[in-house]
Unconditional design. Structure first.
Length: 51
């Protein structure tokens, strides 16, 4: 799992699927490898506070 900054989707939403997961008879054979959205940091605010 990796995090992707994306302001257009709610935090925790799956953004990318690298490998799909598989299950067989309610058992996980292989978990999915996904990228999950995270909060976007405001870089303009950081620049103003440094100046």
């Amino acid at each position: 799992m990796f995090k992707v900054p994306d302001a257009s989707k709610p935090e925790g939403t799956i953004a990318h699927v690298l490998k799909p997961g598989y299950s067989l008879f309610d058992r996980v054979i292989r978990p999915a490898e996904v990228g999950v959205t995270c909060a976007v940091e405001n870089q303009e605010g950081e620049k103003e506070s440094e100046a």
